[in-house]
Design a binder for this molecule. Structure first.
Ligand SMILES: C[S@@+](CC[C@H](N)C(=O)[O-])C[C@H]1O[C@@H](n2cnc3c(N)ncnc32)[C@H](O)[C@@H]1O
Length: 264
């Protein structure tokens, strides 16, 4: 592997998320900005864990209810508990997963994502959501996924890292348009409407750390799903999306919107 500059002198979203999840792949600037976020949103670690739990529930539902056996996971993050292929292959061992991330540190850890079980397969592409056409035509993707069959696309906690000027709606649309009917997309996104003051504080802290972070309204998040049919319960706070146990007392405690939709 060619050497890469991990820029551990700057905070990075993947490593901050790893810090909030209690991982070990983070550095002082990641922890400093991670703690600044926590000052503004004391429940930030709960948010990260709830977001991760949603990923598991959504992938399992896509396999079990949607019959999906292949996944495209964009904005993979540093491998941790409940990676997409582990969840999918636990439910259907022949599931295939292509992971995509643009962070060199995720690339450096990608081997941990390659432990496909049984007849399943996993693959990793170092690429950017800003260039969805490149992702779709990458030989690793076309050699792993059959784009004539339904795909589960996950855009979980990644779209907020694209500025409005980069039109994340159009980038998601390119990916969604390339998938056949029966495909599903799972999205989570920090919501500005849960606590606008706290969100303004994290956006300011992110800006000081030279990080783009754009919390969005429920309406803006709902727009990502376009004309795909939302599965129940629609676009809801992440803790309220088909919780495994009893319904949480306060589902708005984690400031993420979430949803899953199906292409007709
Ligand atoms: C907060 S983590 C989310 C990880 C995982 N999806 C989850 O929800 O548990 C965001 C990930 O998106 C990646 N990312 C950010 N911008 C990206 C881009 N433009 N293209 C691809 N990946 C990106 C980051 O490197 C990071 O690994």
């Amino acid at each position: 592997m060619e050497s890469v500059d991990l820029r551990t002198d700057l905070p990075h979203s993947a490593r901050m998320y790893d810090f909030w999840l209690g991982g070990k792949t983070n550095f002082p600037p990641d922890r400093a900005l991670g703690e600044a976020f926590e000052q503004a949103i004391p429940s930030i670690k709960v948010m990260a864990r709830e977001n991760r739990k949603f990923l598991g529930r959504a992938v399992r539902a896509m396999v079990v209810d949607g019959g999906i056996r292949q996944f495209l996971d964009i904005g993979t993050g540093i491998p941790t508990e409940g990676n997409t292929h582990e969840v999918a292959q636990a439910a259907a061992p022949d599931s295939r997963v292509v992971y995509v991330d643009n962070d060199p540190i995720v690339l450096a850890h990608a081997r941990a994502l390659m432990d496909a079980t049984g007849s399943g397969r996993t693959a990793y592409i170092h690429a950017d959501l800003l260039e969805p056409e490149k992702i779709l035509t990458d030989p690793v993707l076309t050699g792993t996924l059959d784009l004539t069959r339904p795909v589960g696309l996950t855009l979980v906690a990644v779209l907020m890292l694209l500025a409005d000027a980069d039109d994340p709606w159009a980038r998601a649309r390119v990916l969604m348009d390339a998938l056949p009917p029966g495909s599903q997309v799972a999205i989570t996104h920090p919501g500005v409407d849960f606590d606008p003051v706290a969100m303004a504080a994290v956006v300011e802290a992110a800006g000081k750390g030279r990080m783009t972070l754009v919390p969005r309204t429920r309406e803006e998040v709902a727009r990502f799903f376009g004309d795909w049919e939302l599965v129940e319960p629609g676009v809801v706070p992440v803790m309220a999306w088909r919780p495994d146990g009893p319904a949480p007392a306060d589902p708005t405690a984690a400031y993420y919107w979430s949803g899953v939709a199906r292409k007709r």
